[in-house]
Design a protein around this ligand. Structure first.
Ligand SMILES: [Zn+2]
Length: 505
């Protein structure tokens, strides 16, 4: 599924390269003929993204024609410089826009058109989108209070919150320490605040980097491979505690959870059907995305260390510290330890509960709590002021460097350059690199300095360049930067690949 951050990336790029222009519109596969006719040669005046829904406004004011697109599992909206001959289309190409200098090709599960009322109707049905400045988290909270659905269902329900897909669901709930089967109405306000905060934080990170990277930079260094990109999604074991990851199905999608880090709240009673499904949960059947995980040694894991240190405290001492953090005091000692470890984990994973630094656990926890509150206050939904947004090429290169195949995250933003940057798998995955991905390797336009090392490492395969042309001129011998410039999408801003967390927010 194309998740919300990828849709926002498409809109962000198209505001730069398409907005304000007029296009000849056609429907190469014949499935959007009326729509193409309605928007033909009308100026593109506005583009909006709500969750996984894109809206392109053609024409002015009340009479504008609105194109609504939803990518589904694997659509794309590609732009490339207009060449001498028409661009290649596929049986899935619903719309071809031909401008003066640029062409755009849309393939998506849903492409429809209508008036402004189409836009208003669609948007009214969607929950708040953490990547929109106007997102009101209280609407999600209100839905949770009334719903009979589990939080795992609600996060994927676009009418409750818009833009979150399966990978983000797994990672957001893990970071918030909330069990996916926890009924939405039983999630505490604190749990909700964590869920919202991580939703904004992770989707913004995905928007900026073009990759779903959920592990915090400092923690990525501690956890090491394979937990440097995601905590639990498609992993066999939890990088934090070493427990096996459980998987089961929630509404036809695989749900992932570490039941140690994400326990059901004490007293939660699941309905018999969900309890049965959960009881039958199995370990992760890792698909080929990156190196297969090896369970960490429990004693080398910082969280385990923290938990072990906390475990030496008396129940009274544990309760005292939990009280300082405004955490509940019920439950057995193991639950108290887990709760305190969770409360501490945000900012203090790297420390062994302050013992080595001479700080008490309470002091460390108080610091962590203050930091978290400050961070939460500073974190606003939306995409404004996020600094440099990685180009499609940079994002593709980041994935290539990590050895991540195109089968993990569906990329909807495609420019000519990224089509060639199909990553093959590093080491373990190399032999099983998806053939389709290999077949799509057309050409590469990565920053020149990066290429030799990537090719040598086997992380990047580059097929011989196909001649592309800009305004009738061959660009075969042009450098990546020059070609990018011709496309109007710049590679001029340096970007820290790998851990986007290392860049300023
Ligand atoms: Zn865990």
């Amino acid at each position: 599924m194309v998740e919300g951050h990828q849709c926002h990336r498409v809109v962000h790029a198209h505001k730069k390269v398409l907005l304000g222009q007029r296009f000849r519109a056609a429907s190469p596969n014949g499935k959007f003929m009326d729509g193409a006719k309605a928007i033909d040669q009308q100026p593109l005046t506005r583009i909006e993204c709500h969750g996984k829904n894109l809206f392109y406004f053609f024409g002015e004011g009340e009479g504008a024609v609105v194109l609504h697109a939803h990518f589904g599992m694997s659509g794309a909206f590609k732009t490339l410089p207009r060449g001498g001959s028409p661009p290649e289309t596929t049986p899935n190409t619903r719309l071809l826009l031909t401008g003066e200098r640029v062409v755009a090709l849309l393939s998506a599960m849903i492409v429809q058109h209508g008036g402004l009322d189409l836009y208003e109707e669609k948007v009214a049905k969607l929950g708040p989108d953490p990547l929109r400045e106007d997102a009101d988290k209280e609407r999600l909270w209100a839905v949770m209070q009334k719903s009979k659905k589990s939080i795992g269902q609600l996060l994927m329900d676009q009418t409750a919150v818009a833009g979150i897909g399966n990978i983000y669901r797994a990672e957001i709930l893990f970071k918030a320490g909330v069990h996916p089967e926890e009924p939405g109405r039983l999630v505490s306000r604190e749990g909700f605040e964590l869920i919202w905060r991580h939703s904004v934080d992770l989707l913004q990170r995905g928007f900026k980097s073009g990759s779903i990277l959920t592990v915090d930079a400092d923690e990525a260094k501690i956890l090491g491979p394979p937990w440097q990109r995601r905590y639990i999604y498609n992993h066999k074991s939890c990088g934090r505690c070493g427990s096996a990851i459980s998987t089961w199905i929630i509404q036809a999608r695989t749900c992932y959870a570490c039941l140690t880090c994400q326990p059901l709240q004490a007293g939660t009673e699941l309905n018999p059907e969900r309890a049965k499904i959960l009881a039958a949960a199995t370990g992760t059947k890792v698909f080929n995305s990156h190196c297969a995980p090896e369970p960490p040694r429990a004693d080398s894991n910082p969280r385990s260390k923290a938990a072990a240190a906390l475990g030496r405290l008396t129940v009274a001492a544990l309760k005292e510290k939990l009280k300082e953090l405004n955490e509940p005091l019920d439950g057995k000692k193991a639950q108290l330890v887990e709760r305190l470890a969770t409360a501490l984990q945000t900012a203090t994973l790297a420390t062994t509960v302050g013992e080595e630094e001479g700080e008490s656990a309470a002091e460390v926890a108080a610091g962590a709590n203050a930091l978290m509150k400050a961070e939460a206050a500073a974190l606003q939904p939306g995409t404004q002021g996020l600094g440099h947004i990685a180009t499609a090429e940079e994002a593709a290169l980041e994935k290539a460097r990590a050895g991540e195949g195109r089968n993990v995250e569906h990329v909807a933003l495609e420019t000519e350059g990224t089509l060639g940057l199909a990553a093959t798998q590093s080491k373990t995955g190399a032999k099983a690199a998806p053939r389709r991905a290999a077949a799509r390797m057309v050409k590469a336009e990565a920053p020149a300095a990066e290429l030799p090392a990537l090719q040598a490492s086997g992380k990047l395969t580059i097929r011989k360049r196909r001649t592309a042309s800009v305004a009738g001129r061959s660009t075969r011998s042009k450098s990546a930067a020059q070609t990018a410039e011709a496309r109007g999408i710049g590679l001029d801003v340096p970007y820290e690949w790998g851990n986007p967390e290392t860049t300023e927010r």
